[in-house]
Ligand binder design. Structure first.
Ligand code: IPE
Ligand code: IPE
Ligand code: MG
Length: 239
């Protein structure tokens, strides 16, 4: 069996609320445990020579949650950005935030800029954090940016390449594997364009319980997939 190359894993980190509920704890306790899990998963991916991981941390729709939960998530995000820089640097992790950061508070925006700047030389793995991210908005804004740059251009001059180069993920290879924890089988507006040929793995494990061995199960599942990209199985095995 040939092994599939695995450069990029995207994660929908779902199930924090249910993890807490199962323990009769407030939802926020699940987010705290979930955030703590991030460090070990990033390290585990680096050890497995993954080049990119993308974490769905906060969707454009998550603003609609109760105000106290949104504010707890914002505090956690700020704490992570400030507290993880040294560990990210030590592990060669380059951080990049994907999403409309202008909606965040000044301190968060400053912490994002600082964390990105101070980890910019990380060469082992890139950690993309999708925050205030929505796939539909990303595509719409990419088209708008291109149109602004080319006000006179005929419609035919806009194609997939032009779109791709104006997405937030420009320069990042498409995810090979997407892992969603928490049992739901949907994308919830995550990387809609980029996942066209991504292998989708859904697990009931809740994000705060998602550990290295759960990661290895997901990778083993991925390695068992035949990625055909529209071709036939015979063409693939003749490679
Ligand atoms: C994912 O966990 C974290 C965020 C959306 C920020 P949830 O908070 O959605 O957990 P469940 O789905 O309610 O269990
Ligand atoms: C997706 O989880 C967003 C993140 C993990 C950040 P949600 O919990 O918001 O998704 P839905 O509402 O169940 O689709
Ligand atoms: Mg959820």
């Amino acid at each position: 069996m040939t092994t599939n190359s695995l450069r990029h894993i995207a994660f929908i980190m779902d199930g924090n609320g249910r993890w807490a509920k199962n323990r009769l704890l407030p939802r926020v306790a699940g987010h705290v445990k979930g955030a703590a899990q991030v460090r070990s998963i990033v390290q585990a991916c680096a050890q497995r020579n993954i080049e990119h991981i993308t974490l769905y941390a906060f969707s454009t729709e998550n603003w609609a949650r109760p105000a106290d939960e949104v504010s707890a998530l914002m505090s956690l995000f700020l704490k992570y950005l400030k507290g993880e820089i040294v560990s990210l640097q030590r592990n060669g992790v380059r951080l990049k935030v994907l999403g409309d950061v202008s909606a965040f508070s000044k301190p968060i925006q400053e912490a994002i800029a600082l964390a990105e700047e101070q980890t910019a030389s990380g060469e082992r793995i890139q950690l993309n954090v999708a925050a205030n991210y929505g796939g539909r908005a990303e595509v719409v804004q990419a088209v708008q940016r291109w149109m602004r740059e080319h006000p006179q251009a005929p419609a035919e001059s806009f194609g997939a390449q032009e779109l791709e180069s104006h997405l937030l993920t420009h320069g990042i290879p498409a995810p090979d594997l997407l892992v969603r924890t928490g049992g739901e089988c949907r994308l919830s507006n995550f990387l809609l364009w980029q996942t066209a040929y991504t292998e989708l793995y859904f697990t009931d494990v809740l994000w705060p319980d998602f550990d290295e061995s759960a990661l290895d199960q997901a990778i083993a599942w991925y390695q068992g997939r035949e990625r055909r990209f529209g071709k036939t199985s015979e063409q693939i095995s003749a490679r």
